[in-house]
Design a protein around this ligand. Structure first.
Ligand SMILES: Nc1ncnc2c1ncn2[C@@H]1O[C@H](COP(=O)(O)OP(=O)(O)OP(=O)(O)O)[C@@H](O)[C@H]1O
Ligand SMILES: Nc1ncnc2c1ncn2[C@@H]1O[C@H](COP(=O)(O)OP(=O)(O)OP(=O)(O)O)[C@@H](O)[C@H]1O
Ligand SMILES: [Mg+2]
Ligand SMILES: [Mg+2]
Lengths: 228, 228
């Protein structure tokens, strides 16, 4: 359903430093997969997620959606696929600053053309699911770190995407809230959603069906958990 | 060395919502303590850290530094104490955006009046300690989440403060980097530094000498680990 083939992502810093954030990465994500991506800080996990999530074009290599090379797609078609099919939870949340929690969560539904009444209802529902029913009108700077993270999660789920890409979704959550989020994702996975998570949490990696390990911009392991 | 007495922190949201982020908190931090603050998302940990760190005035209650009520101190004296004695690692890092890693780490030394040559030397040393010797000239948006977190840690340590307040310093780090940071903090603690950490990591809480648990803006437990 999503695939990257021999992807390179290179950055230039100043005049003389070249960083190979991704150095020849190939990964096939099948419908219904539950993948945990693990690896050291700086190894390329977020960069890989941005390529898979169609948010960033690689320096070289191909990205395919349902078998079609995305570079052959028109920009508005790509944006439509992103909005309709993919829910992305950013490592730094990326919430709009002067926008309340409920407005932040409604945003992808506005883009999808959903009516105002239905939008509000679904945004409230999503925020209640992550335990933020009493923080609807708070701005991001009026929320704790873990609350901001949960708004980002609610926003990624509100369009009911078929693919969820979550970059360290429990990094700022206490173990109880983290367990609730993981249970929520497991539920969605059972109902057919494809899930790719970046995580530093060994427990999370143990519960994923498949584990992909990355180091220095390369995939070093790609295996299925026996019981996952 | 630092103390909060019956501190309340209340926020008003909109016209009708009142949030009691801290609801009568008293905590004495003794010289040489190693304290882990744990509790659910939204329970008041970051708010408590901002009060202890002299970054925020409580709505009521007292904050004392070395026995002196800070409300009796002049603002510039308070700023001097903060800069000289306290190193603060923020949950959201709070790095300056258009400033390189090394410049971000030099900032507290500029305020402290350290010479340019010594500043640069100490900033490079601090960044090397957290494994970022090859990222000195990167801007925050050219760094991974865990790398930004480590720049924030380096910045908090570069003034060699007597008190380190770290709000979830390993939240974005893989277990190996997280272990290195904790080993670094343990080393500093052995050399006499007072450490207060907010953490969601049960392992970190196990290694602290003292654990303070907070829920709904109140301290519910304050105990010493037998072996800690
Ligand atoms: N400026 C503000 N205005 C209104 N409410 C606020 C504000 N800042 C924080 N709060 C509320 O105060 C409570 C405590 O926030 P705090 O950031 O201290 O929590 P925390 O324990 O650090 O949580 P986390 O583990 O998620 O980081 C939260 O419920 C939050 O919504
Ligand atoms: N815009 C950029 N310019 C230069 N280098 C960059 C840029 N963005 C990322 N990098 C570098 O690319 C590498 C991979 O970054 P990435 O954010 O993918 O790491 P990560 O595996 O997500 O790390 P973490 O676990 O710390 O979040 C890092 O070494 C980082 O310094
Ligand atoms: Mg990352
Ligand atoms: Mg917090």
């Amino acid at each position: 359903v999503l695939e990257v083939r021999d992807v390179q992502k290179t950055y230039q810093v100043g005049d003389d430093i070249v960083v190979h954030a991704l150095d020849g990465v190939s990964l096939q994500i099948r419908k219904g997969d539950f993948i945990a991506i693990i690896g050291p800080s700086g190894s390329g996990k977020s960069t890989l997620m941005h390529s898979i999530g169609l948010l960033d074009h690689p320096t070289s290599g191909e990205v395919l959606v349902g078998g079609t090379d995305v570079t052959k797609m028109a920009e508005n078609e790509l944006a439509r696929v992103r909005n309709k099919e993919i829910g992305f939870v950013f490592q730094a949340f990326n919430l709009l600053a002067r926008t309340t929690a409920i407005e932040n969560v409604e945003l992808p539904l506005i883009y999808a053309g959903v009516s105002a009444t239905e939008r509000k209802e679904r945004a409230i529902e999503a925020l209640k699911r992550v335990g933020l029913g009493e923080r609807l009108d708070h701005m991001p700077n009026q929320l704790s770190g873990g609350q901001q993270q949960r708004v980002a999660i609610a926003r990624a789920l509100v369009t009911e995407p078929s693919i969820i890409l979550a970059d360290e979704p429990t990094g700022n959550l206490d173990s109880k809230s983290g367990i609730e989020v993981m249970a929520f994702l497991q539920e969605l996975h059972k109902s057919g959603v494809t899930i790719v998570l970046v995580t530093h949490d060994a427990h999370v990696a143990l519960h994923a069906a498949r584990v992909v390990r990355i180091a220095d911009g390369k995939i070093t392991q790609d295996y299925f958990n026996k019981d996952g």
